[in-house]
Ligand binder design. Sequence first.
Ligand code: ASP
Length: 333
Amino acid sequence: MKQLSIFLLFYILGLTGVYAQGSKVAIVIHGGAGVILKKNMTAEKEQAYREKLQEAMDTGYALLEQGKSSEEAVIAAIKVMEDSPLFNAGKGAVLTNNGHCELDASIMDGKTLNAGAVAGVKTIKSPIEAARAVMHESKHVMLSGSGAETFAKGEGLEMVDPEYFITERRKKQLEKAKMQEDARGNLGNPMGNNNFKFGTVGAVALDKDGNIVAATSTGGMTNKRFGRIGDSPIIGAGTYANNNTCGISSTGHGEYFIRLAIAHHISAQMEYAGKSLEEAAEDVIQNKLTDLGGTGGIIGLDKDGNIVMEFNSPGMFRGYRKSNGEQEVSIYR
Ligand code: ASP
């Protein structure tokens, strides 16, 4: 009888999620960095971004509060943003030079250092789900193009017509970018270009068991050519997680993030130089990235639930929520 009552107590606590209280849980998300200025934003547009960021953050946070894993939380948060045409991921992703969407995504588990990624996919509705399937169901870390699509289909993931991702807004953005590019397709200094918004999405969460998972999903950069792949699906550049240090998701001019191995760079400064998350992120973004001429930012959290949202662009869509009641959604510097 006594055993039965104890079992029932834990069962009820489990259902209500009470056991997750008291342990630290946290989630931090981004919806891309870039030249995001209040003067270029209408009140309605700003409201729409804020609401979607809040929805993504709350969706992930609710799972953490129920005692679910950080993996489930980041996937759920990212899927809200992939499904929204506001962000450059999933539906509403930016267009390549020939007018298609080619999507990249990655995820990393800070406990096991397992990781999964897909690059250059055109028909998988949720690239982040595909990255998770690569992590769990394949012996590889990164799958690309049609191979990744065959794999995703085999895993029973939802496949869509490539047209599903394309929006009028991104068509106009591509036209504008083509007018501004030079003969080699370069868009010049992003900071001086009002068109330069990145819009990738990412999330990092800490669950009640102290596990950190980081994930990122994107359409890459407007007008990209030749099968270009950015930092977002690259473990160590766009995404990194290690329970002993931190979890990071990046957004910005991917070529610079790859060259600096930005996400791992922050973790390495914590591990080898004993820096705090805040110190490491500030150095990597404000010094290393800025000195190389790159633009963008990162979000991250450490094992104690400390949050960082560091960027060198005028804005970054971002938000975080913690079990101590702190929360924020912001856009501008
Ligand atoms: N980092 C992404 C890329 O270079 C772009 C972004 O952050 O929006 O593909």
